[in-house]
Ligand binder design. Structure first.
Ligand code: ATP
Ligand code: MG
Length: 303
C-alpha cells in the first residue's frame, strides 16, 4: 500500500465515492461523524445516501426513525415511524440469502429524504433483525454482499454523489463488507491511550482485506473526537499526527452538548437549532465535507 493510495479517495466499482466510518472501539463518534458528514455534504448540494450497517441502529435512531421517546411527549421522534420494527424487507434480507424474501434489493428499503422534512439525505436504516447478521453472514460471499447490492442499486439508476456507511464497533463480517464496498475509511477516534492499539488492529484488518480482495483502501480522514486542550489529548493527537497526517486530514472535535442534544432529538446538527450555539460543529463537518470533495475531485454544488 503506497502513501498516495491512502492519501486520496479511491473510487469503488460503483463509480460513487463511498466512505465507511469505522473503528472497532465503541463510542468514538462513528455515528456522529456519519450523520453529520452526510448532512454537511447534503447542505453543500450533494445527493447523499447513508447506510446504517450497525445492529445497534444508532444512526437510524439519531435521525428520529427508531422508537419514540416515552419520557418526553414533545419529542419530535414521537411523530415519526419506527423503521427498526417494520415487517417489510430489511437490510439483513439484502445482505444474506434469506429464504423469507430472497433477492431483496437495496432500492426496496431506502428511505428517501423527500419523505420527511427533517431528512437531508437518503437513508438505508438498520433493523432489529440485523442482530442476526454476524451469525448468518459467515462466508466470503457475505463479505461482498454490500458491494454487489450497491452496484445493483447504482446500475438501476440511483444517482448518488456520495455514499456513507456507519459501521458497528467491531471487526466482524459486517465491517469487512463495508470496507470492501467503500474502499475509503474515515476513522473516528478519541485522543486516549487505548485508541492507538485499536487503530493498529484496524490497520492490520485493512491490509488483510486489501491482500485477500486485491483492492486498495484509502484513509480519507480522522476525527479526533471529544478533544480537550490538555496534555493527555495533545500527546495522543501528536501520535495520530505522526501516523496519519501525511495521508489524511485530522479534524479536532471538542465535547459539545449540541451534538448529543441533536442526536437525542433525532436530528443532524444542520437541522437542529440548539439553545447554545452549534456553529463549531457545523463548521467542522462542513470542513470534513469539503475535504471529501477534494479527495474525490468534486466541487460544491448549489443546493
Ligand atoms: N463531540 C461530541 N460531543 C458531545 N457528545 C458526543 C460527541 N461525539 C459523540 N458524542 C456522543 O457520544 C456518544 C457516542 O458517539 P457515537 O454514537 O457517535 O459513537 P460510535 O463510535 O458510533 O459508537 P458505537 O461504537 O457504539 O457505534 C453519542 O451519545 C454521541 O451523541
Ligand atoms: Mg455508532
Amino acid at each position: 500500500m503506497t502513501q498516495t493510495a491512502r492519501g486520496w479517495g479511491v473510487t469503488p466499482s460503483t463509480g460513487i465515492p463511498t466512505i465507511a466510518f469505522g473503528n472497532q472501539k465503541g463510542g468514538t463518534g462513528k455515528t456522529t461523524a456519519t450523520i453529520n458528514s452526510a448532512a454537511a455534504l447534503a447542505t453543500r448540494g450533494h445527493d447523499v445516501l447513508a447506510i446504517d450497517l450497525d445492529p445497534q441502529a444508532d444512526m437510524t435512531k439519531g435521525l428520529g426513525l427508531g422508537p419514540g421517546d416515552d419520557s418526553d411527549p414533545s419529542s419530535p421522534k414521537n411523530d415519526l415511524p419506527n423503521a427498526l420494527v417494520t415487517d417489510d424487507a430489511n437490510l439483513l434480507d439484502v445482505l444474506v440469502d434469506n429464504p423469507r424474501t430472497h433477492d431483496t434489493a437495496l432500492a426496496e428499503i431506502v428511505i428517501e429524504a423527500d419523505e420527511y422534512d427533517h431528512l437531508n439525505f437518503d437513508l438505508i436504516p438498520s433493523h432489529k433483525d440485523m442482530g442476526l447478521a454476524r451469525d448468518w453472514m459467515d462466508d466470503a460471499k457475505a463479505r461482498l454482499s454490500l458491494k454487489l447490492a450497491l452496484e445493483e442499486m447504482i446500475a438501476d439508476g440511483y444517482e448518488y454523489e456520495y455514499i456513507l456507511i456507519d459501521c458497528p464497533p467491531d471487526l466482524s463480517v459486517l465491517t469487512d463488507a463495508a470496507f470492501i464496498a467503500a474502499q475509503n475509511v474515515f476513522l473516528a477516534a478519541q485522543t486516549q491511550a487505548t485508541s492507538r492499539d485499536a487503530l493498529d488492529d484496524l490497520w492490520d484488518q485493512l491490509e488483510s482485506i486489501e491482500d485477500s480482495q486485491q483492492i486498495e483502501i484509502a484513509i480519507v480522514g480522522l476525527l479526533a473526537n471529544m478533544y480537550r486542550e490538555d496534555g493527555q489529548s495533545r500527546k495522543f493527537l501528536s501520535a495520530f499526527d505522526e501516523s496519519f497526517a501525511s495521508m489524511a486530514p485530522i479534524f479536532k472535535l471538542p465535547m459539545r452538548v449540541a451534538i448529543q442534544r441533536a442526536w437525542d432529538n433525532g436530528r443532524d446538527i444542520f437541522e437542529w437549532e440548539d439553545p447554545n450555539d452549534q456553529q463549531v460543529e457545523r463548521d467542522l463537518f462542513d470542513e470534513v465535507a469539503s475535504t471529501m470533495e477534494r479527495a474525490f475531485d468534486k466541487a460544491q454544488v448549489e443546493a
